[in-house]
Design a protein around this ligand. Structure first.
Ligand code: COA
Length: 131
């Protein structure tokens, strides 16, 4: 997954990206930003929790921290995408209050935008309004 996170994300999106450490080691992180195209929307590019630390609420904590950070910057909604085969991510985002946007196809019973990230790279698109 390192290819999804080139250095620029850490250099330019620091104010809306967060990490959780345990004993000096990063065990969970979220990289997100405010949309340049629509400043009232924010986008979560990647979230990851160390396998040994999953299901302990760290992902939820990072999302809540991000919602507060982008909400204070004027965002009213958050978007993100995931692969239709990532059932953990789909379950997580659903529990975090995200809705799946309508797609032009279906994979494993979920709506996808076909070829969203290139040929054969279908994606589930999530949307959540911030209260
Ligand atoms: C997705 C991921 C970030 C979740 O992090 P986490 O710290 O384990 O999640 P939390 O413990 O905060 O869970 C938050 C909610 O999601 C639910 N959830 C998390 N993993 C789940 C799973 N595998 N199945 C069903 N529900 C799940 C939890 O039950 C919880 O709901 P609740 O609080 O209402 O009970 C983590 O599994 C991960 O790093 N996965 C690999 C990377 C990835 O796929 N990232 C997403 C694509 S960008």
């Amino acid at each position: 997954m390192a290819g999804l996170l080139p250095h620029l994300f850490f250099e330019h999106f620091g104010p809306t990206s967060f990490a959780i450490e345990d004993g000096g080691q990063i065990i969970a992180f979220l990289v997100g930003f405010v949309s340049q195209a629509n400043p009232q929307e924010a986008y979560i590019h990647f979230v990851g929790v160390h396998p040994a630390y999953r299901a302990h609420g760290l992902g939820r904590k990072l999302y809540q921290r991000f919602f507060a950070a982008v909400g204070s910057r004027g965002c009213r909604a958050v978007r993100c995408i995931t692969s239709p085969v990532n059932s953990t991510s789909i379950a997580f985002h659903t529990r975090m209050g995200f809705a799946m946007e309508p797609g032009d196809d279906e994979v494993n019973g979920v709506p996808v935008a076909r070829d969203y990230d290139g040929p054969g790279e279908h994606r589930v698109r999530f949307h959540k309004a911030l209260s």
